[in-house]
Design a protein around this ligand. Structure first.
Ligand code: CA
Length: 420
């Protein structure tokens, strides 16, 4: 393993944003409009300023400036050659030994902002959002609760990556408050449903990837070329109202139980930055159809952590530790399956993993599983207990890939529950 890259900007070894990472996001400084930047240590580098200064000439970004946009979509549509070129330019420009930016005080002052002084927006205009169901352990846990261990995994699950089409308009960036939804619920012993605030509000630990170049309607993306269409990844919390879900989900799947809010982390970690953390996709039994098989298919080793802090707690408590490697279906398989019937994906579409639970009880990615549908409430260090999330609770997901002396991290996605 190579040693960490060095920048002229001081970066702590535990930082999620070293020179190896350079995740893209949309930020709003307090004195100007939103535009595109990359995170470096505790700073944001303003790409609009660098673009205006001519640093990306020859990177294949096209005629019009794109980093002053308030969304990554134009950059996403360019594809990997342009993404890699920009990454190379930035890694060179930010390296300890490169004087261009390092020694230009005026430019440095204009190009860098403190992360603590800017507001992060959604990274892209997300036109469509799909949520998969690709962790075997999550599917097994939930299936066991509802149908028993023998019938936990549905007959189709190991043949295709299950998913539903979600709601893009209610995706929000980390930090946005989450209002408890109202809806219809029906207790098992009740004869009729009731209407009111959900009493079983849950989180789901997920990752999601942003689509780059589109495919034409009617032209599937072959699995060998799937990664050409994947720009990068974010953390996601698919907030879920379990009591609403139980009453509404048959026969067409989740609707209001999941469309009230979905939170994502603001920094998009590129597939290129995650390259060293790819691990071979484990063998699948039964062997999937050939349109779902690729020679070098992979999962990514990203540690995932969930923290809960109630209003009465003085510090957050870790309630789950999982890993993105716990996914059965790869991103390439999800994407190939999504398009195999001819569905067209577009720049900025978001495809989510589904809850990422591992085999251990401590690696369960939802309250549903952690408390086993409320049967074993979570005991918190201050004496409180939780079956589900309550008003005032703050839930935070963080994630990072561990390198040799550095981390390629996602930062976090956080949200606090407010009353209905
Ligand atoms: Ca989900």
């Amino acid at each position: 393993m190579s040693t960490p890259l060095r920048s002229f900007i001081e970066i702590a070894p535990e930082s999620h944003f070293p020179l190896e990472n350079l995740p893209f996001g949309v930020f709003r400084p307090n004195d100007g409009p939103a535009r595109i930047g990359v995170a470096l240590g505790e700073l944001v580098l303003d790409l609009a300023v660098l673009e205006e200064a001519g640093f990306f000439r020859g990177a294949g970004l096209g005629e019009r400036p794109i980093f002053g946009d308030a969304a990554l979509n134009a950059f996403l549509s360019l594809g990997r050659p342009a993404w890699r070129k920009v990454r190379e330019i930035l890694q060179h420009l930010l390296a300890a030994e490169t004087a261009t930016l390092r020694d230009d005080d005026g430019l440095r002052k204009r190009a860098f902002h403190r992360q603590s002084a800017v507001t992060m927006e959604l990274p892209a205009r997300i036109g469509d959002y799909t949520d998969f169901y690709s962790s075997y352990h999550h599917a097994f846990n939930v299936g066991t609760m509802f149908r028993g261990p023998e019938n936990a995994i549905m007959p189709n699950w190991k043949w295709l990556p299950i998913a539903y089409h979600g709601r893009a308009s209610s995706i929000v960036p980390s930090g946005r408050e989450v209002r408890r939804p109202r809806g219809q619920t029906k207790a098992p012993d009740a004869t009729e449903p009731a209407f009111g605030p959900s009493k079983a509000l849950d989180f789901e630990l997920e990752t999601a990837f942003l689509i780059g170049p589109p495919n034409e309607l009617g032209e599937p993306i072959p699995i060998e070329r799937a990664t050409d269409h994947i720009f990068g990844l974010v953390l996601m919390n698919d907030w879920s109202a379990r009591d609403i879900q139980t009453w509404e989900y048959q026969p067409l799947g989740p609707f209001l139980a999941k469309n009230f809010c979905t939170s994502i982390s603001p920094w998009v970690v590129t597939l290129d930055a995650l390259q060293p953390f790819r691990r071979p996709l484990p063998a699948q039994e039964p062997e999937p159809f050939s349109y779902l098989r690729a020679p070098n298919d992979f999962v990514i080793d990203v540690k995932l952590e969930v923290q809960l802090q109630t209003e009465r707690m003085s510090a957050p408590q870790i309630i789950s530790r999982s890993n993105m490697r716990n996914l059965y279906w790869s991103m390439a398989q999800q994407l190939a399956h999504h398009t195999v019937g001819g569905c067209n994906l577009q720049p900025g579409d978001l495809l989510a993993s589904g809850t990422i639970s591992g085999p251990e009880e401590s690696a369960r990615g939802s309250m549903l599983e952690l408390t086993w549908r409320g049967a074993n409430p979570l005991q918190l260090p201050n004496g409180e207990a939780r079956k589900w999330l309550e008003d005032g609770d703050c839930l935070t997901i963080s994630g990072w890939a561990e390198g040799n002396g550095y981390r390629v991290g996602f930062g976090e996605v956080s949200g606090r529950i407010i009353p209905a």
